[in-house]
Design a protein around this ligand. Structure first.
Ligand code: SF4
Length: 453
């Protein structure tokens, strides 16, 4: 039987569906960030059940017991249960679970829950498939909706479940798609019956709408058509670099933030998926070629890190000198959000923006470019191309996503030694980010016409 997730997988790439059924051991291991996405989806789905309280879980918490769930769903419907969670249906060749099924005044309504903040294209197909399976299995549906998070909801005190979610009506969108579902299903079913792996080369489908979990298998077995970055020669525009450097004022402060997002807002004055800054690193250089000092802040879960973060940051930034960041859009947006959510800090935060200088800009504009940057101007590409004595390789945490996951794990960690180690790793990682920017700046003011590094 083709389930909803198999159908969506098959639409993304028939070969992925074939491998899913025939070579499941070839799947890549689930990464920590993927696991976090799955867990988030599960938790949000569970929370959305509170929109329709008093339901019975037809899956009994175990999606592997498909036939039992289908039978139990039928029994619940027959005996007049009006709210059913994880209701299971099959028409013999297809299968789906519906997150929430509700018997309303005029008939059955189905609610599919997503942890996103808007309706995405693939989700429309997802709901269309569920409607197809449920109605073909014999239950008429009056309407079907997609329940997603409302990113305009601001938490104040207890969670307001009705405000947290948006219910998007989908019936009108998915009814016209019903005739297409069998046409899309048939080739997938034939492919599975033919028992022969489709010869599909890697391409844009491998990451859209999901990162395919057979990517390692395909890379090994059919190294193929992947985008290659055009090699580009080194370049240097000394006038443009000088203009940037002349605009900097001492003391220089090199600043970097780390953030964490919660699908369901954890703190007052925060919204779904808002980036909550929990850490900063600041290197300070008072005079040209002078010594560099360092200061930092790291929050302590479960408290909201923002008030202490901004108090500490404002004190460390002083009132004069340039604040150097890599990609000012990120840090500036976080500062604006803190000013919005904690208005007492808005006046001093407003004074910071004119002092911010974005060191990424000269690299984005290719005022300084090396082939070793592989066409990228991210810090992780520029740093190793210019600076040999600063590397992330020996660090436990090597990128922002892992920093965020590590911080999140501190919310549940009770082992003192483990907490100490994680905090040490977080501090080392963020410190290296700003040290890297210090070193990059050191490499920039070469004389015109000389080698830039
Ligand atoms: S890696 Fe790409 S080609 Fe291979 S199965 Fe996945 S989507 Fe298909």
């Amino acid at each position: 039987m083709i389930s909803k997730s198999s159908f969506i997988r098959g639409l993304q790439c028939p070969k992925s569906l074939w491998l899913h059924y025939n070579e499941p051991d070839e799947k890549c291991e689930t990464s920590e960030s993927q696991q976090q996405i799955f867990d988030t989806g599960h938790n949000v789905g569970f929370l959305a059940q509170e929109l329709f309280p008093g339901g019975v879980d037809a899956s009994r918490g175990d999606h592997s017991l498909v036939h039992e769930a289908i039978t139990y769903t039928a029994e619940l419907i027959a005996c007049g249960q009006e709210v059913i969670y994880e209701a299971a249906f099959s028409d013999g060749s297809t299968l789906c679970y519906m997150d929430i099924l509700v018997k309303e005044d005029d008939g059955w309504a189905a609610y599919e829950v997503k942890a996103s903040t808007k309706v995405k294209d693939y989700q429309v197909m997802d709901v269309a498939f569920q409607y197809f399976v449920i109605t073909r299995s014999g239950l008429p549906l009056k309407r079907v909706s997609l329940v997603h998070l409302n990113n305009q909801y601001v938490r104040h005190g207890e969670l307001d479940i009705k405000q947290l979610f948006t219910v998007a009506p989908m019936t009108d969108r998915i009814l016209p798609m019903q005739q297409d579902i069998p046409l899309l299903l048939q080739p997938l079913q034939e492919m599975l019956e033919a028992d022969c792996m489709p010869g599909i080369a890697m391409g844009p489908q491998c990451g859209n709408p999901f990162a395919c979990d057979f990517i390692d298998f395909c890379r090994q077995s059919c190294p193929a058509v992947e985008n290659t970055v055009e090699p580009r020669p080194a370049s240097r525009d000394q006038d443009a670099l000088d203009e940037f450097l002349d605009g900097l004022e001492y003391p220089l402060r090199f600043m970097d933030f780390e953030t964490i997002m919660f699908a369901v807002p954890l703190y007052d004055e925060s919204r779904p998926y808002q980036q909550i800054p929990f850490q900063y690193s600041l290197h300070v250089q008072h005079t040209k070629n002078g010594p560099v000092e360092h200061c930092e802040f790291l929050g302590t879960p479960p408290a909201d890190p923002r008030p202490e973060f901004i108090r500490s940051l404002l004190a460390s930034l002083g009132e004069e000198g340039s604040i150097i960041v890599w990609n000012q859009g990120f840090e500036n947006t976080r500062l604006r959000e803190i000013a919005r959510d904690f208005s007492e800090f808005a006046p001093p935060i407003a004074l910071l923006f004119d002092r911010v200088a974005d060191l990424m800009v000269p690299f984005r504009r290719k005022h300084l470019y090396l082939p070793e940057m592989y066409g990228s101007y991210s810090l992780k590409a520029v740093l190793p191309a210019l600076v040999s004595d600063v590397s992330y390789a020996d660090l436990e945490i090597q990128e922002g996503g892992t920093a965020s996951i590590t911080y999140e794990s501190l919310y549940h960690d009770e082992d003192v030694e483990s907490i100490r180690l994680k905090r040490e790793n977080l501090l080392e990682y963020c410190k290296l980010d700003t040290l890297g920017v210090v070193k990059i700046l050191e490499k920039m003011p070469a004389e015109a016409g000389s080698e830039p590094y």
